[in-house]
Write a protein that binds this ligand. Structure first.
Ligand code: IPM
Ligand code: MG
Length: 377
């Protein structure tokens, strides 16, 4: 496993160093609630953590002139996990090239080698009514997007302006397709045993390769997993028409970006979706949503996507019970009727980001060992 190989001399394994990159817009507010949830479960589950704050995105551009400063890179590489808020905002919209906040995020992903972006989308019964789609269609939907994150058209060269236009190229090597497909098949083995691979093989050469490699890999290594390939346009329609047909959805970088935002409409808000970017020595955990500049500073954003990202962070560190406690905290808070503005029926019924976060933390702590009802031991 890369973790052990890269860092043979870890300090006490039960203290984790988290690199905290709040970023821009609502990033600081939502990551604070994720840290609150971690804090609520840590000691009861036998670990401690530190969260050191570092500049990222537009905030880093303003203070250090670059969106992903060297100090931040080093801190991330030396950490056990990276917790990120969001980057970007209107202030930097006219920036180009490596002066864009978003280019810092891509550089971070590349620097850490996190080629596998996992984006689970689950529609709980409590939320089915918040969906813009018919509750009977979305209720119980449980998808896992496995998005390739460090290749494809996001990183293709040559890229840039030409004499009469511009050029972006989509490139995938066989090895890049293989490693992300392995992740998708292995996740499917632990879930419902079904992978849908998304491509545009009727048009793009790179998708033809993608489909060939994925099909071969399944035949050679995962005969127990069912595989089908869909063109991306059809996949988009199917996600909305009948989301319950999906288990693991394997995609390249751009298609995964688009389809995961689309899938956020299933539970009714982009604010709900977490992500884990893994495959390198250190994982990056961030909500799927952006910096939502219109909500920034209002204590109104939905922190669930980031809190659930913290749960994925715990899973990745092997702290599964603590991760479960955090997820329980979120579910129980929703079951108790708390809703942030994006999910509330009206503004009067909405609670703030920090109120929601405190409710989650309390319930996550209640679900943790020292507070559990006495057991037989
Ligand atoms: C995401 C975001 C990023 C992406 C942007 C901010 C660069 O949309 O994480 O989905 O396109 O990967
Ligand atoms: Mg996106």
């Amino acid at each position: 496993m890369p973790n052990e190989a890269v860092k043979p001399s870890r300090r006490d394994a039960s203290t984790y160093e988290i690199a905290w990159l709040p970023g821009d817009g609502i990033g600081p507010e939502v990551t604070r609630e994720a840290l609150r949830a971690l804090d609520a479960v840590a000691s009861a589950h036998g670990f401690a953590f530190t969260a050191e704050e570092h500049l990222m995105g537009g905030a880093a551009l303003d203070e250090a002139g670059v969106p992903f400063p060297d100090d931040t890179r080093t801190a991330c590489q030396e950490s056990d996990a990276v917790l990120l808020g969001a980057v970007g905002g209107p202030k930097w919209n006219d920036n180009t090239g490596d002066q864009r906040p978003e280019s810092g995020l891509l550089a971070l992903r590349k620097a850490l080698g996190v080629y596998a972006n996992l984006r689970p989308v689950r529609v709980s019964n409590a939320l089915a009514s918040a969906s813009p789609l018919r509750p009977d269609r979305v209720s119980g939907a449980d998808l896992l997007f496995v998005r390739e994150l460090t290749g494809g058209i996001y990183f293709g060269t040559p890229e840039g302006r030409t004499d009469d236009g511009a050029r972006s190229t989509m490139v995938y090597s066989e090895a890049e397709v293989e490693r992300i497909a392995h992740i998708a098949f292995q996740r499917a083995q632990r879930r419902n045993g079904h992978v849908t691979s998304v491509d545009k093989a009727n048009v793009l050469e790179v998708s033809g390769l993608w489909r060939e490699v994925v099909t071969r890999l399944r035949e050679e290594h995962y005969p127990d997993v069912a595989l089908r390939s869909l063109y991306v346009d059809n996949a988009a329609m199917q996600v909305v028409r009948d989301p319950q047909q999906f288990d693991v959805v394997l995609t390249g970088n751009l298609f995964g970006d688009i389809l995961s935002d689309l899938a956020a409409a299933l539970p009714g808000s982009l604010g709900l979706l977490p992500s884990a970017s893994i495959g390198g020595a250190v994982g990056v955990f961030e909500p799927v949503h952006g910096s939502a500049p219109d909500l920034a500073g209002e204590d109104a954003a939905n922190p669930i996507g980031t809190i659930l990202s913290a749960a994925l962070l715990l899973d990745e560190l092997g702290e599964h019970e603590a991760a479960e406690a955090v997820r329980h905290g979120v579910d129980a808070t929703l079951d108790a009727g708390f809703r942030t503005r994006d999910l509330a029926a009206n503004d009067e019924e909405a609670v703030s980001t920090s109120t929601f976060g405190r409710e989650v933390a309390t319930r996550a702590a209640d679900h943790s060992p020292q507070n559990a009802s006495p057991s037989l031991s």
